[in-house]
Design a binder for this molecule. Sequence first.
Ligand code: UDP
Length: 321
Amino acid sequence: MKVLITGGAGFIGSHLAEHLLGRGDEVFVIDDLSTGSMENIIHLKENPLFHYTLDSIRNLQVLAELVDMCDVIFHLAAAVGVKLIVESPVNTIETNIYGTEVVLQFANKKKKKVVIASTSEVYGKSDRVPFREDDDMVLGSTKKARWSYACSKAIDEFLALAYYREKGLPVVIVRLFNTVGPRQTGRYGMVIPTLVQQALESRPITVYGDGQQTRSFTFVKDVIGCIIPLCEHPDAVGEVFNVGSDREISIKDLAYLIKEKAQSPSEIVYIPYDRAYQEGFEDMRRRVPDISKARNFVGFDPSVDIEGIIDSVIEYYKYKE
Ligand code: UDP
């Protein structure tokens, strides 16, 4: 297969590229390095089946050529990280909506299959855990920048499904739940790389709010092992899938586990949301997926637990210069 990965120099995209190359696919990456980095893909450059273009997907000529060359597109290019989203909502909305719009438009010309990376954030503040794919979205006010991310991704989903229904474009939507692992940066606020670096550098470990909020962290390789077979499954076309671990952990427990595993003397400090993000910031209390759909389709069964995830991230940051 010839595969195009938008956002291929990002954390998830680079792992996906590596996996596809490993099984002999030809991989084309387009990335503007806004949140991705060359460091993530430098080890792939020697492979003759690997090609990368440093450009924005908003460069339509470049995007059109790449889409034409490939059989399938994994559309991962997006604004990521709650911190970044709260700080730059214009960029979030424009990148997420316009980027997906042009990818779908070009893919539609020759009906190339598109896998759209969406997010568990679309469930918003819903307290009906575990979340099922057909559940309602419960989002906060438009005055709160955080929700622009969920809304922009929901528009992406609507648009992809509209292309499928109206024009017969093969699309698969995957909602990723807190994907984590080596190469994820803490720069945009993600909790595991942030806390691991704090622990390794003996700085205070920052827990936001009361730390009772939960997340279901999913190892990046488990995510890759699910989205590739979903992309290849003929009946997955036109469907939405939760892709995440169904085991939740509170952020407070996570902080203690990271401190213990890193053998860190750091103290654990609690920071109110208003100070961590901005006035009136809203977080979700629990986030757990129902993954029976992906399990039924492709036997999805995330194998790396939170301990394994933390070990791998500690290992990564310990040896990173
Ligand atoms: N969080 C935290 N300390 C940090 C960064 C994040 O306690 O230094 C919390 C954050 O408020 C959220 C959870 O960890 O409740 C997960 O945050 P992240 O940004 O990784 O992902 P989200 O699930 O919010 O998209």
